[in-house]
Design a binder for this molecule. Structure first.
Ligand code: PEP
Ligand code: MN
Length: 361
């Protein structure tokens, strides 16, 4: 799939001098004190380029906190005037866009639950025609790169060229240890297909919990993402939404200080092709090991289930069918059969070891 979008580089529409480019602020605007105090604390830390806040919250259940609406935009404007921070909110309807413009919001973002729906995205694109504003498009909830690109194209076709994508992870059948699986190969493929499109990573919605934020943020920078969106709240424990993943402005500052900003590959400084290839190999090995660890978790679940139901660890028939199926699959990927067969035997040996331990517990 070849795609060209008529978009500007990030530094053509926003100040990105300090690395990393950082968007931060609470998941939701809750009350004036919470919003202004979070904003002032972030401004004081001096690392944030753009202040975010959810004004209208898409909730799974109708009894959740649905956001404060228009009055939150007033607080945002107040904060912008006081600190000079640019502001950024999620919009899901034409009314949201009109109100955001009325209160001088600088950047609009389209949330994951909206990106999944081409009708909604097209309605927003139609509203944006002729308006000079920046837009960021979060990936859809499920791992569908074409749908994400389609949404970006709709917004771009409406004449928006200050455009960026936000990678916030994907909801799948098994997201552990994350809230949303990063599936890094998808944003990487997006960058390969549309090289000039800025891609920002949102470690907060990928992680779902504070402890995972730093690792995800570092990985995003190592993969040459153009910036980060991380939720911050003056008092995360009492946040009305996404409490477990928000961090204080001070802790955000610490997290950013501890990130290693590596040179970008592909740039003039990075001339050594061998280094680039080795770096890519490191990333692939990390993916491979992560998948092996997820496989072990599945093995444990199977082991527990067999134990509870008094079933033997080994079923020869299943093993034979499995090997055959995997070898066929590998053949289609042009992998050497002898090599794959040896590898599968090792992997299976580890499964048996884990399940035997479970049986003996
Ligand atoms: C958010 O940024 O608070 C949010 C609701 O994000 P997403 O659309 O990625 O779930
Ligand atoms: Mn959130």
């Amino acid at each position: 799939m070849g795609t060209t979008l008529n978009v500007l580089a990030l530094d053509e529409w926003i100040d990105v001098k300090e690395k990393p480019f950082l968007i931060s602020g609470p998941c939701s605007a809750e009350n004036r004190n919470q919003l202004i105090n979070t904003g002032l604390a972030l401004a004081k830390e001096g690392k944030v380029n753009v202040f975010r806040a959810g004004i209208w919250k898409p909730r799974t259940r109708p009894d959740g906190f649905e956001g404060v609406g228009e009055k939150g935009l007033q607080w945002l404007l107040e904060l912008k005037k006081e600190t000079g921070l640019k502001t950024c909110v999620e919009v899901a309807t034409p009314e949201h866009i009109q109100l955001a413009l009325k209160y001088e919001v600088d950047i609009l973002w389209i949330g994951a639950r909206t990106t999944v729906n081409p009708f909604s995205v097209q309605t927003l694109a139609d509203t944006l025609k002729g308006i000079d504003i920046s837009v960021m498009v979060k990936n859809p909830l499920h791992p569908d790169l074409k749908l994400w690109i389609g949404a970006l194209e709709r917004i771009n076709n409406a004449g928006i060229n200050k455009l960026a994508a936000i990678h916030r992870g994907f909801y799948t059948y098994d997201n552990k240890p994350f809230r949303n699986l990063p599936m890094w190969e998808i944003p990487i493929e997006l960058k390969r297909i549309i090289p000039n499109l800025p891609v920002i990573c949102d470690p907060s919605h990928i992680s779902g919990k504070r402890e995972l934020l730093a690792g995800v943020a570092q990985k995003a920078l190592d993969l040459s993402m153009d910036g980060l969106m991380i939720e911050s709240h003056i008092n995360p424990e009492i946040a009305l939404t996404d409490a477990e993943q928000q961090i204080t402005p001070k802790n955000l500052s610490k997290l950013i200080d501890e990130l290693v900003i590596r040179k970008e590959f592909g740039s003039v400084e990075f001339e050594n092709l061998l280094e680039k290839l080795r770096f890519e190999m490191d990333q692939l090995d990390h993916e491979l090991l992560t998948i092996l660890s997820r496989r072990n978790e599945k093995t444990m679940q199977i082991g527990d289930y067999k134990k509870d139901n008094n079933i033997t660890v080994l079923q020869i028939g299943r093993l034979r069918r499995m090997m055959q199926e995997r070898l066929e699959f590998a053949k289609n990927l042009e992998l050497d059969s002898a090599y794959v067969s040896k590898l599968l035997q090792q992997i299976h040996k580890e499964s048996i070891r884990i399940q035997t331990n479970i049986m003996q517990e």
